[in-house]
Design a protein around this ligand. Structure first.
Ligand code: F6R
Length: 364
């Protein structure tokens, strides 16, 4: 079943161009150049606030979606871990939309949060990978990902497919809210359709990242930094590394580092910076200088423009294609997945069955 791959996780990382394309097919009308939801008997233009709830990697997809809902559709989004949301007595607007994100559709805390919102009269939307799951059955608005079965315990392809659905949902929201005109919608559709090719371009760096993993494997601690929609990717990169290589890692918003975590930086701490070029790139460059001044070793993941500007003096760089901000989080997921994967291989850990972890967390 693994074909030519050593591990399911590796196979699933490499499946991403295909499964993201497959997923987008249900959310895009390429000829009309419009985004469309599969089942739309619900007036999304009336929604004034979205509550998004999930756990783990799916929660990081929710974090990315918050940036998109607010930036593109001007719809405020509340996001929370399901285990926190359930017990904090959240204030829910009458007739609001609650969105749950889950690969398995069975995560106990997320399912309980869904049932709570249903009892509170919220409309329930679900981004889920298993179409026969409890969450899929209990949803009012089912937004499936078509990632296919995910066997590796560490989530990879389900995450990028979640992001593809959430990008389409944010664009759909934006159109319905009057924030995008047809030409802008067509432009977004074109960029979304480019995502599979950009994922392939990111995967082309596999050998290079495998070599780089030897620089990461000896570390005791690793920091990941990102800004905006790439901040959740820093958290995801740190989670992947912890899960499968057992190296302690933390993700921070780039601008937060000087408020504390910078105290950890010395020559022994690799700092992975996720920074596509763009209006905020300069800010991240100054955060990198703060790291460098303390002897920190930087791995910069950026596009050609970003690397030309700030690549010098880094321990290593990984060049991503230049992409639209809406697909950057999908593309930048690939190098952090590969870096975690290859680091775990160097350390010889059990990549597909990491210690203490289960694929589906059905206990609270
Ligand atoms: C991380 C990972 C977990 C899951 C989390 C939620 O690699 O796989 O953090 O993302 O347990 O699971 P689902 O998405 O099935 O609700």
């Amino acid at each position: 079943e693994k074909g030519n791959y050593r591990h399911f996780m590796q196979k699933e990382i490499f499946e991403q161009p295909t499964v993201v394309a497959q997923t987008l097919q249900s959310y895009i009308r390429p000829l009309e150049q419009t985004v469309a939801l599969p089942q739309i008997d619900f007036d999304i233009s009336a929604v004034n606030r979205v509550t998004v709830v999930a756990c783990g990697t799916s929660y990081y997809a929710a974090m990315v979606a918050k940036y998109w809902f607010e930036q593109f559709a001007r719809v405020p989004a509340d996001i929370d871990y399901a285990s926190e949301f359930r017990y904090r007595e959240p204030v829910l607007e009458k007739g609001g939309l609650a969105l749950f994100i889950s690969q398995s559709g069975e995560t106990a805390d997320t399912l309980a949060a869904l049932r709570h919102c249903k009892a509170e009269g919220q409309t329930i939307a679900v981004v889920v990978n298993v179409p026969t799951s409890s969450m899929a059955r209990e949803a009012d608005l089912l937004l499936p990902t078509h990632a296919g079965p995910e066997i590796g315990v560490a989530s990879t392809k389900a995450f990028t497919c979640q992001l593809a659905v959430l990008a389409a949902l944010a664009a759909h929201f934006a159109v319905r809210k009057g924030c995008l005109d047809p030409a802008e919608e067509a432009d977004i559709v074109r960029h979304l359709l480019e995502a599979p090719a950009c994922l392939n371009a990111a995967l082309d760096h596999d050998d290079e990242i495998a070599a780089m993993a030897h620089l990461i494997a000896p570390a005791r601690d690793v920091l990941y930094l990102g800004r905006g929609p790439d901040f959740p990717l820093a958290l995801e990169g740190a989670l992947k590394l912890k899960e499968i290589s057992y190296i302690h890692a933390e993700g921070y918003a780039s601008g937060e580092m000087k408020h504390g975590p910078i105290a950890l930086i010395d020559e022994s701490v690799p700092v992975i910076v996720l920074a596509p070029s763009g209006p905020l790139f300069e800010k991240t460059v100054s955060n990198m200088q703060e790291v460098r001044a303390r002897g920190g070793k930087i791995v910069l993941i950026s596009d050609a423009e970003g690397l030309a500007e700030a690549g010098e003096g880094c321990m290593a760089t990984i060049e991503m294609p230049k992409v639209h901000p809406l697909i950057a989080p999908l593309v930048y997921a690939v190098p952090v997945q590969l870096l975690a994967y290859h680091t775990a291989c160097v350390k010889g850990t059990d990549v597909d069955q990491p210690r203490n972890l289960a694929k589906s967390v059905t206990v609270e």
